[in-house]
Design a protein around this ligand. Structure first.
Ligand SMILES: NC(=O)c1ccc[n+]([C@@H]2O[C@H](COP(=O)([O-])OP(=O)(O)OC[C@H]3O[C@@H](n4cnc5c(N)ncnc54)[C@H](OP(=O)(O)O)[C@@H]3O)[C@@H](O)[C@H]2O)c1
Length: 256
């Protein structure tokens, strides 16, 4: 990381929850505080309000709202065009926007639409967002990085060994497992050899996604992303699946 140009870091779905915590944590870290943060939001007003909250919490880094609905091809394309125009490149893409929904236990008529909506946001939208931003990531003077926010629920090993309780949000677990495979496949594409891909589990965080039932502060959940973004390129093997435990900043590998 020898270049003096500030890094441009985009976090999707960053107007609340873990996404906003990722920006807050990176903006507070000496290695990344001078970066330019693009707060991805579907609703510009929510993004602007969220940036005001970050300012009131003492964040002074450059944080700009960027309208991006990852479920809309036109919106992703517009966002990539805006980044191209403003910055000419992107250094880090953090695919954080995510969605969970529980199919009805008594009525099977909503299952197809629930599975489709969850998969669309958590998998297809990540594939398309990466595809649209790859030309900008390849222009990064640092070598582009992609960090995909997965979940421990994607770990077949942990689930099969009973290390996590059963869930009613099965479409969500399945979608995150698919996101893991998508990330591995993208990392193996020879056209992407100069871009690093990583997967993380932020842990069970207190956010709207789980009606604030998570045990972890989203800022603690953001630690694993901070560890990867501030690491030297190649310090962590490409396409790994990582978490941190408690308040520790040490990255630990999660079994597939
Ligand atoms: N919370 C946990 O315990 C936990 C655990 C493991 C993994 N994760 C993952 O962490 C990530 C962040 O989740 P969170 O817990 O912070 O949830 P959250 O508070 O519900 O935030 C989700 C964010 O994603 C945005 N979003 C949803 N659909 C979008 C779309 N189509 N386009 C753009 N943005 C969209 C939301 O925007 P709006 O405000 O416009 O709705 C919101 O900003 C997700 O990928 C989730 O799966 C969370």
């Amino acid at each position: 990381m020898s270049s003096k140009i500030p890094r441009v870091i985009l976090v999707t779905g960053a107007n609340r929850g873990i996404g906003r915590a990722i920006i807050q944590a990176l903006a507070s870290h000496p290695q990344t505080t001078k970066s330019i943060f693009l707060m991805g939001c579907r609703d510009l007003k929510k993004g602007e309000e969220s940036i005001r909250e970050l300012r009131s919490q003492g964040i002074t880094s450059v944080v700009q709202p960027l309208t991006i609905d990852v479920a809309s091809d036109a919106s992703i394309q517009d966002a990539a065009g805006t980044v191209q125009q403003r910055h000419g490149h992107l250094d880090v893409l953090i695919n954080n926007a995510g969605y969970a929904a529980i199919p009805s236990a008594s009525d099977l008529s909503d299952w197809r639409s629930v599975y489709a909506a969850v998969y669309d946001t958590n998998v297809t939208s990540v594939a398309l967002t990466v595809a649209h931003f790859l030309p900008l990531l390849r222009q990064s003077p640092y070598g582009g990085r992609v960090v995909n926010i997965s979940s421990a629920r994607a770990s077949a090993t942990m689930l099969a060994n009973g290390l996590l309780p059963p869930t009613v949000a099965i479409p969500y677990s399945v979608s995150k497992a698919a996101l893991n495979l998508l990330t591995i496949e993208m990392s193996r594409d020879s056209a992407n050899k100069d871009v690093e891909f990583q997967l993380v589990s932020p842990g069970h965080c207190k956010t709207a996604l789980n009606n604030y039932r998570g045990a972890r502060d989203p800022l603690e959940g953001a630690n694993v992303v901070v560890g990867l973004v501030t690491a030297e390129k190649g310090q962590y093997k490409n396409a790994g699946f990582w978490e941190t435990k408690g308040a520790s900043m040490d990255l630990v590998e999660i079994p597939w």
